[in-house]
Design a binder for this molecule. Structure first.
Ligand code: SF4
Length: 231
């Protein structure tokens, strides 16, 4: 499968759990604010066998794994990797996904403990942000529904990007999550113009002011608790 890089130990990707992070190459979205833009191209990264990946992430002082990208579910071998990670360790296994490949995601669920689910924007604006040919929202929604019925911990998260999104988008996402039956924490983090963002995109984006979200906090459905991560 395509691997961009592997970080031996991260303390920030899964709350309270030191993990090794596996970055897969390739994404079917093209979000303007992508922080890992060099992993968007489908031929990014290098081809690495599952046994090599397992060997590479073994022996570190971690309590689990985080698989991110790119979009990991584009890798058809992902369920097999997760299964082998599960068989080789009893550590926590977390997946980061935007949920647009529900068929592969379903095959992954038996081996997962948690999913950071990146909800890009309000359903009506999905095409604008993902910049895909067809609107992926229905597939994303199917993935959310499937995960909510599973025993996997579902952690919804949105990157709030100035000039691209409005507080109403956050409200719309929160309403959608509540209508799908989700209750719990909803994380909203601010966009930062990091070195991973393409230079030609940066001028159309801005780091938003936290006060924009504070103003709508009272309108979030009560079954959701808004978790603002302003970095
Ligand atoms: S879905 Fe994630 S990896 Fe893919 S382009 Fe968007 S931000 Fe980048």
């Amino acid at each position: 499968m395509r691997i961009g890089s592997i970080i031996d130990i991260s303390l920030v990707d899964v709350p309270g759990i030191p993990v090794s992070v596996i970055f897969t190459g390739g994404c079917n979205f093209n979000c303007p604010y992508c922080q890992n833009a060099d992993l968007i191209s489908l031929d990014s990264g290098t081809e690495v066998s599952i046994s090599e990946i397992i060997e590479r992430v073994s022996g570190h002082f971690v309590d689990g794994y985080c698989i991110t990208g790119g979009e990991p579910t584009l890798q058809k071998e992902l369920p097999e990797l997760l299964k082998d990670l599960r068989n080789s360790s009893d550590g926590h296994i977390n997946l980061n996904t935007q949920g647009s490949v529900p068929d592969v995601l379903r095959q992954c669920v038996p081996y997962l403990d948690s999913v950071w689910f990146d909800i890009k924007t309000s359903p009506s604006k999905y095409l604008t942000i993902s910049r895909t040919k067809d609107n992926p929202w229905k597939r994303v929604e199917n993935s959310i529904k499937y995960l909510l019925k599973s025993s996997v911990s579902f952690w919804p998260r949105t990157t709030y990007v100035g000039k691209l999104m409005t507080p109403n988008d956050i409200l719309s996402i929160a309403d959608k999550l509540a209508s799908l039956g989700y209750s719990g924490k909803y994380t909203v983090q601010n966009y930062i113009a990091s070195s991973g963002v393409r230079e030609n995109e940066k001028e159309f984006l801005s780091s938003p002011d936290r006060s924009e979200i504070d103003e709508i906090a009272d309108l979030i459905p009560p079954q959701l608790s808004l978790n603002l991560e302003w970095r």
